[in-house]
Design a protein around this ligand. Structure first.
Ligand code: PAF
Length: 251
């Protein structure tokens, strides 16, 4: 696996890959089985695989959340190497934001709801960094997990709005056997928190109105950020031990 640190370097390599299909998985590190499922698909469905590991500061509205994000670059490299990834793109802030974030991409509607309502600026940061990454990597297909379903919908809208030449591939949520959606943030939970967390998904799939589900979550010890039904999906975010967990299920 080749590790590339700058957009210029990657763009030079990209010229040598003309005519090949490129599968790209953008990540913020702290890799787990959820990421691995996207990576395996990118490898299986394309000639060349690229993974980025970049903890993007512009999508964190809470400094503490950024500082405590559970990422370990050496572990991530070992996992990617073992999975058989061809290129790891691992840039730094100065090379990703030569403009120091003076330019950003905004969506004015859905990005202000759900997670966007609770995390101001979050989706501006996500859309901006993914646009940059797609411009640098220029992949055939880019893979995104449906745990962040709102993120996927917004990115899909961005690709259509800007006539971008990439296919986004949404991938099903990977869960522990007990139903808990796998997330880097699960690592921040204590043993007791980890034992309680699966109740989140159990309650979401148990039916009821938004208010009834909220009540059940609160009784189970979660602090509810939101529970919202939209189109054919139930979205929710909760706090457990100050760790923010999100999930969504089809209705
Ligand atoms: O889903 C994530 O891990 C991030 O939001 C992404 C898409 C890598 C952008 O930083």
């Amino acid at each position: 696996m080749k590790i590339i640190k700058t957009p210029d370097e990657f763009k030079e390599i990209r010229k040598t890959l003309k005519g090949k299909s490129i599968g790209f998985v953008p990540t913020m590190g702290g890799l787990h089985n959820g990421h691995l499922s996207l990576i395996k698909r990118a490898i299986a469905e394309n000639d060349v695989s690229v993974v980025s590991v970049y903890l993007n500061p512009t999508q964190f509205n809470d400094k503490k959340d950024l500082e405590t994000y559970p990422a370990n670059f050496d572990d991530d490299c070992a996992l990617l190497e073992k999975a058989g990834v061809d290129y790891l793109f691992a840039p730094t802030y100065p090379v990703m934001y030569p403009d120091d974030y003076k330019y950003m991409l905004t969506e004015k509607d859905f990005s202000k709801e759900l997670c966007g309502a609770k995390r101001p600026g979050h989706f501006d940061g996500v859309l901006t960094v993914v646009m940059k990454l797609l411009n640098i990597v220029s992949p055939t297909r880019a893979y995104f997990g449906e745990k962040d379903y709102q993120q996927y919908k917004l990115l899909d809208g961005m690709v259509k709005a800007f006539f971008m030449d990439v296919t986004l591939v949404p991938c099903p949520i990977v869960r522990e056997e007990n139903g808990l959606a796998i997330s880097s943030r699960n690592r921040k939970l204590s043993k007791e928190g980890l034992a309680k967390a699966p109740k989140f998904h159990e309650i979401l799939t148990g039916g009821g109105s938004e208010a009834e589900i909220t009540k059940k979550l609160e009784e189970a010890g979660f602090k509810v950020d939101y529970v919202t039904k939209k189109e054919n999906r139930l979205y929710a975010a909760v706090f457990l031990e100050d760790v923010r967990l999100i999930d969504n299920v089809e209705k």
